[in-house]
Design a protein around this ligand. Structure first.
Ligand code: SF4
Length: 370
């Protein structure tokens, strides 16, 4: 089974297979060591790890650790993207982590996801505003735009000697048509991942979707060679989009953007894929199927904190006690509240965004961001 091709990993959702393929460990045996476990841990969205028990040993000793969680800025952020940063925020607030966020404008440019670096820089500021507006602490958060921070390129050059082209080619499945920037980006990504340990001497965990694991693996190999802490990994499942297909920024009907208008968001939810029956009569008689229902998945994963409430919703669905329209109204209520609050927080954080960066930011560019 080959999961990587041309630097991109195919999205496979057989998690048992992925755990085996990537050689990672299930999260369940260490769940009891998390303080006040986050909803995403309890609901099985955070499903695997690599060496996170070593990070937990540091937490038990009262030591701080680093969360390294980069963002490739090529478009607006949607709720699926924000889930990862909600989990990172939990690690900051409950487990005492410092959070480091590299914004890889370079990656988006060399992989041709944006037409120029300026566009990637615009989305770097736009996206980081979405992230920190979730409630990040500027004292415990550091952000940088990759091409604006020369340390990244100096370190990528230094680290490049510890990799061979054969390794990079085998790990990422590069082919003749990949450009040299894509190949060198593996060294840049390694510099990002090793930033907290090299600069702040902090053991690091990288929370990611499992398709990003190849970058963690090569960084661990190099960390071993240069005798620093090998970064741990923590892995989240893919979340389905509103249509039942994967979420994609290029298909706006599949996702709710953090900056969607309330009308746009409501319209998308009314069109969302459910596990309901074709008629009300059939729904009452046969019940719905929450296991295939995106509306149920969103309520369960993104919004409802109370486990008993989720269980009740599930039972009400299966028994035909509830109709899809009622669930959609419930979801709309949560999303409207989230979007209204988030828009206000974005404006508040806009004025203190520079406090999160370790380099100067382009204030003119920031002014253009809504
Ligand atoms: Fe989904 Fe609710 Fe319909 Fe059940 S009743 S299929 S949970 S929308």
């Amino acid at each position: 089974m080959s999961l990587v091709e041309g630097g991109e990993v195919k999205k496979i959702t057989d998690y048992e297979k992925l755990i085996k393929y990537f050689g990672v460990s299930k999260i369940d045996p260490i769940l009891g060591r998390f303080k006040d476990p986050h909803r995403l841990l309890k609901r099985g969205i955070v499903f695997a790890h690599r060496d996170f028990d070593k990070i937990l040993d540091e937490v038990d000793k009262g030591n701080i650790f680093a969360v390294l969680s980069g963002r490739g800025p090529s478009d607006r952020m949607h709720l699926g993207h924000l889930t990862l940063y909600e989990f990172n925020l939990y690690l900051q607030k409950k487990m005492g982590a410092n959070v480091y966020i590299p914004l890889s404008d370079d990656e988006k440019y060399v992989f041709r996801k944006v037409e120029n670096l300026e566009k990637a820089k615009y989305f770097a500021l736009d996206n980081i505003l979405d992230i920190v507006a979730l409630g990040y602490d500027p004292e415990k958060t550091e952000c940088f735009i990759s091409t604006e921070f020369p340390w990244v390129y100096r370190t990528a050059i230094n680290l490049s000697r510890y990799l061979t082209y054969s390794t990079v080619k085998a790990v990422f499945g590069f082919k003749g048509e990949n450009n040299p920037g894509e190949i060198f980006y593996s060294c840049i990504q390694m510099a990002h991942i090793l930033y907290p340990v090299l600069v702040h001497d902090l053991p690091t965990v990288v929370p990611v979707a499992i398709d990003q694991d190849p970058y963690i693996r090569i960084s661990r190999d190099v960390a071993e060679k240069i005798k620093v802490f090998k970064p741990a990994g923590i892995y989240l499942k893919y979340l389905r989009g509103l249509t039942g297909e994967p979420m994609s920024s290029s298909q706006p009907e599949t996702c709710i953007f953090a900056t969607d208008s309330l009308e746009e968001a409501k319209k998308k939810i009314w069109n969302a894929f459910t596990g309901g029956q074709p008629t009300v009569k059939e729904q009452r008689e046969k019940g719905g199927n929450p296991d295939i229902c995106v509306v149920y998945e969103m309520l369960n994963i993104y919004f409802i904190e109370d486990d008993k409430e989720v269980e009740k919703l599930r039972n009400d669905c299966i028994s035909g006690n509830i109709l899809c329209g009622e669930c959609k109204l419930k979801l709309i209520d949560y999303i409207v509240k989230f979007l209204e609050k988030h828009k206000k927080e974005r404006q508040k954080y806009k004025y203190k965004l520079k406090d999160f960066f370790i380099h100067e930011i382009d204030e003119d560019l920031l002014a253009k961001i809504p």
